[in-house]
Design a protein around this ligand. Structure first.
Ligand code: DCP
Ligand code: MG
Ligand code: MG
Length: 633
């Protein structure tokens, strides 16, 4: 019995970006000489990514460093454990792309992916097209200024397509008139415009920011993300209509496209889910590949095999995937996904982050005096970051009058004295630590990724601008953080912390007095973040540190090639760290908050949660990640 496919809403146009060799590209941007050399980015013993010169020579993502060296002895390896530069580049690119949206529907996934909902931009342009002369169309980027935009040929798709052959599309182009637009033609036209906008954005991103990207254009997040992968790198692919098949007619392009994917490659179907589905389809436990990298399964179970299986549908999937904590409608969601249906919206850009989190990891932190010092450093970073991310300049009668040294609401930003206001107040301050477990009788130490935490009200003096960051941070340590710390660790000694985290959370937006204050402030805030990010280097490391001993860490670092150019080694904190926050697939929220390890509410949508450390990541990364835990130190 065949169960009918759920309905898809193809009213939206979504563009998905994935930056090419992202971490490597960030280093190449800092030092363009690297572009023509084989370059790989290392985290722990793994090459997390490498540039195309390195890929040309046989290196690949998630390869062991020693294998990469064997394969390409002159590879230049740079350390990528400090995520600051990647985070900043990611935010910068995101804000750049965001400036092209009208709806503000633009969402980051991980550091190197962005979804844009450009439906309104496309619909506006469809309304202005001259159907008698699509070839010389002008694409408008601004509703208020008709001169802003670019020329394009709206009679054809820009770039690659799925399916490859354009016949159907070209034929349709001829038949489009303003009187005869059926669904197929309407969708085709909107996708064409989407493809031209995508090309323009890719070009601008490369010209102005220095990043090439791989882009997909379709009608929802799932399809745009998947179709982008068809032509990599530095390319774009549009999923052509028809998106639905007439009763009894040929399969739609959506079905043709998605059917060929391995079931585990569908975003939203995590590692465990894919495993259960595979087992069911095969009627036996699916075998796994024993290699360290990629290849999570040896089995070839495609979406088609699942979709067309007798009795397959939302109920059966629901039963298959049921378990504690699994949402009731999961069967329906997964059935939708394997039919190319994804109702999730592109999240709107948030005006302010949900929370701000700063943390550091330690090889040995077991004395109160030392903890106090570290709390001071973290508090300073937190206050700086709060001022950067949560304030905006005041544009009112304050300007123009002489500013007094001790004037309230003023702060020294760079060389100019500006009046600032808080856009939002975090109401809660949370202190978390991760204590090391005691040694086992055999002298070894079990790892733990468990954190303990205590929260309190954010002290109001934090929001004053009269005092400098250092004064506020010191006061915060004495009056708030040390008391919290003593509640967490009442004993003077006997503990040893591998991590301390400070988090400003429970964000409450400040009411704006101006009529359109919110919009203006948001714009300002992004601009300001942009400017300040460039100058201010955060010192937090928010990757999970291992509980390895110092010698081993040193070995790892010294193992780096002494004779070669090694850039990006200035981050000493990274020496204590292992893993990558970018192993995780983040939601908008997580990214804006800059907390990776705190948030566990994304588990359902984004992949799998590691059974050892609880980290959430895409299913493809799970095996590599789990083996990562198993690697000898
Ligand atoms: N990353 C990581 N650990 C992983 C996967 C990725 O640290 N398990 C980091 C390194 C990548 C970045 O995230 O540069 C983005 O991941 P992608 O899979 O998009 O890889 P790249 O952008 O490097 O390459 P591509 O050109 O294939 O997109
Ligand atoms: Mg990516
Ligand atoms: Mg990428």
């Amino acid at each position: 019995m065949q169960i009918t496919a759920p309905m898809r809403d193809d009213g939206r146009i979504i563009i998905h970006f994935d930056y090419d060799c992202f971490y490597a590209a960030v280093f190449e941007r800092e030092d363009p000489k690297l572009k023509s050399l084989p370059l790989a980015v290392q985290q722990k013993q793994i090459i997390v990514t490498c540039n195309y010169e390195a890929r040309r020579r046989g290196l690949y993502k998630l390869q062991l460093v020693r294998e990469a060296r064997k394969r390409c002895p002159d590879v230049i390896i740079v350390l990528g454990e400090d995520l600051t530069r990647f985070r900043n580049a990611s935010k910068d690119n995101y804000n750049f792309l965001r400036s092209y949206t009208w709806s503000n529907k633009v969402e980051r996934l991980g550091f190197d992916e962005v979804f844009m909902d450009v439906t309104d931009v496309i619909d506006y342009n469809v309304g202005l097209l001259n159907y008698n002369d699509l070839v010389t169309s002008f694409f408008h980027l601004d509703r208020n200024d008709p001169t802003i935009g670019f020329h394009c040929d709206a009679s054809r798709v820009f770039g690659r397509t799925f399916p490859k052959h354009l016949e159907s599309c070209e034929t349709a182009a001829v038949s489009i008139t303003n009187t005869s637009c059926n669904d197929f033609e309407d969708l085709l036209l909107r996708l064409r415009l989407g493809s031209h906008l995508a090309e323009h954005l890719r070009h601008q991103l490369e010209e102005q920011k220095g990043y090439t990207s791989t882009v997909g254009i379709s009608t929802n997040k799932l399809l745009s993300k998947l179709v982008g992968n068809v032509n990599k790198p530095k390319n774009q692919t549009t999923l052509l209509p028809p998106y639905s098949s007439p009763q009894g007619g040929a399969a739609s392009n959506v079905t043709n496209f998605i059917d060929d994917h391995d079931i585990g490659k569908i975003p939203g179907i995590g590692f465990k889910m894919a495993h259960k589905i595979r087992n069911y389809v095969l009627g036996r436990p699916a075998a796994f590949d024993a290699g360290l990298v990629y290849g999570p399964t040896k089995e070839n179970v495609k979406v088609r095999d699942v979709r067309t299986l007798d009795g397959m549908g939302p109920e059966l999937l629901g039963r298959l995937l049921a378990g504690p904590g699994v949402p009731k409608d999961l069967g329906e969601k997964v059935w939708g996904l394997i039919n190319g249906v994804d109702v999730t919206q592109v999240a709107k850009a948030k005006a302010v982050p949900q929370q701000i989190s700063i943390e550091d990891s330690y090889i040995k932190l077991d004395e109160v005096s030392q903890a106090k010092k570290e709390l001071g450093m973290l508090a300073r970073s937190l206050v700086k970051r709060m001022r950067m991310d949560l304030t905006s300049p005041i544009e009112d009668d304050n300007l123009g009058r002489d500013l007094e040294e001790d004037d309230e609401d003023q702060v020294q930003t760079g060389s100019a004295v500006t009046s600032l206001r808080w856009m939002a107040h975090p109401k809660t301050l949370r202190l978390s630590t991760r204590p090391r477990l005691a040694l086992n009788p055999d002298g070894t130490r079990s790892r733990t990724f468990n954190r303990i935490s205590k929260s309190t009200n954010m002290p109001t003096f934090v929001f004053g601008f009269t005092q400098g960051v250092d004064v506020i941070a010191d006061k915060m340590v004495e009056e708030t953080l040390l008391p919290l710390f003593h509640k967490l660790h009442p004993e003077k000694s006997g503990w040893n912390l591998s991590l301390v985290n400070l988090c400003a959370t429970n964000m409450s937006p400040t009411a704006s007095d101006a009529k359109d204050g919110a919009g203006r402030d948001i714009g300002r805030m992004f601009k300001k973040q942009d400017d300040m990010l460039r100058e201010w280097k955060v010192e937090d490391v928010d990757i999970a540190p291992s509980d390895e001993d110092e010698n081993d860490q040193q070995k790892g670092i010294n193992g780096l090639d002494a004779g070669k150019t090694v850039v990006g080694q200035e981050h000493t904190l990274a020496l204590t760290s292992v893993g990558s926050e970018d192993l995780l697939d983040f939601t908008q929220e997580t990214l804006q908050e800059d907390v990776a390890w705190d948030s566990d509410d994304d588990t359902q949508n984004l992949g799998e949660s590691c059974r050892i450390c609880g980290a959430v990541m895409p299913s493809y990364a799970m095996l590599a990640h789990e083996r990562f835990h198993d690697l000898p130190d």
